[in-house]
Design a protein around this ligand. Structure first.
Ligand code: 0O2
Length: 365
């Protein structure tokens, strides 16, 4: 039998509630807030619910709610207020504090029984849900641990070490070629299309995780074969048209093979993400051979990059209350950023045209 605590300073009310509920529940009673807390201390979460009066001597119902909240009981043990208070602000105040229901005195036996039953069902469902989530969390933690151990082992393996070195060479190769393009471009057009280049070698943990998600065993061959972003570069450009110009010039280089192009600028993701991704096969030149390595370059403007790093944070924050609202606002920001990027580009074109006109007038003199 589930145990219920009835807290009321009036003996008649305690008896009445006991009579209503005793066939279905084991009843404990308390005649004020202090006694109620002693009972709660004694039974802890074995108490299935509390029926609580508000006005009581020594310690009233509000103080009991506050103490239950402090002890973390209010999430585990539902509280139903049984009170002769009829003011709406008192009822809504109690609900805001976290009580589950409010029953007005004089009460009807079947209403008390049904409301208590509904509340207990709801809490049981919530508890089951929380248990499932906790189990899933534990499984995930366990999987993370396995990934970490496997990744540690992988790091120590010689062939993996060599493979990572080759990916580092691929990053160096791509970075140098991009810098060359940037410098040549800046001589010709008097400005740098690339604001900055960032690169990263995927960590063993992420490599392991991605291979597992794709359903491949963790081997050096599978990394080489099935992962395209172990060598990753991010190229931050000033304007959208610089992105396309650079991407075109880069992928047209004779010994580079464009494996895949994902244009999230023309076709943004649903969350608003915009970038141009090139997946390439690039040569690296070793002492006795030339090898082709896969690398991913993400091209984006400064504003798109600013957006992506904030959105990335949202992805890894699991317990945000207002995650959906933030995601909606980010989507709006992504659209504004696109409009701003193209507006800035038009302004740059106007400035460039003016400069050319002045130069032409100057040449005429
Ligand atoms: P990290 O930490 O950047 O390495 P595929 O690689 O083709 O098998 P994937 O990874 O889904 O599949 O391809 P996609 O969607 O092109 O994503 C590749 C990378 O682009 C991601 O790497 C991110 O860096 C970036 N990216 C893609 N979508 C988003 C997005 O919605 N928001 C942000 N902020 N970045 C994004 P990883 O592997 O997720 O991680």
């Amino acid at each position: 039998m589930q145990r219920i605590l009835v807290v009321d300073d009036m003996a008649t009310n305690r008896e009445l509630l006991q009579n209503i509920l005793e066939d279905d529940f084991a009843i404990e009673t308390a005649e004020n807030g202090e006694d109620a807390l002693i009972k709660l201390q004694e039974y802890g979460e074995d108490m299935a619910a509390v029926l609580l009066d508000l006005q009581m001597p020594r310690m009233d119902g509000f103080a009991v709610i506050a103490a239950m909240k402090r002890n973390g009981w209010l999430n585990k043990i539902p509280v139903l207020i049984i009170s002769s208070e009829h003011a709406a602000e008192i009822e809504s105040g109690c609900l805001e504090l976290g009580v589950s229901d409010f029953i007005h005195k004089p009460f009807d036996a079947s209403i008390v029984r049904n409301r208590l039953k509904n509340t207990l069902d709801l809490f049981a469902y919530k508890n089951r849900l929380e248990e499932t989530v906790e189990k899933q969390r534990k499984t995930l933690r366990h999987q993370d641990r396995i990934i970490q151990i496997q990744a540690e082992r992988l790091k120590e393996a010689e062939p993996f070490d060599r493979l990572m070195m080759e990916y580092r060479f691929a990053i160096m190769e791509v970075e140098t070629r991009l810098k060359v393009l940037n410098e040549e471009f800046s001589r010709e057009y008097k400005r740098n299309p690339i604001e900055s280049i960032r690169s990263r070698l995927k960590s063993p943990e992420s490599i392991y995780d991605k291979l597992r998600r794709k359903g491949y065993p963790i081997t050096v061959e599978n990394i080489r074969e099935h992962l395209t972003d172990v060598a990753g570069l991010r190229v931050i450009c000033s304007f959208p048209d610089d992105i396309y110009r650079l991407a075109e010039l880069f992928s047209r280089q004779g010994d580079i093979l464009l494996l895949r192009k994902k244009d999230y600028i023309q076709n943004p993701k649903d969350n608003g993400y915009r970038s141009l991704h090139l997946i390439l096969s690039v040569p690296i030149f070793l002492s006795n051979e030339r090898k082709y390595m896969k690398a991913e370059i993400q091209f984006r403007t400064i504003a798109m990059d600013f957006w992506a790093s904030l959105e990335h944070k949202l992805k890894y924050k699991k317990d945000l209350d207002n995650a959906e609202q933030i995601a909606d606002e980010l989507r709006v920001c992504a659209d504004s950023i696109e409009a701003l990027d193209y507006q800035m580009q038009e302004l740059r074109d106007k400035i460039d045209r003016n400069e050319r006109n002045y130069a032409a007038i100057g040449a005429g003199y």
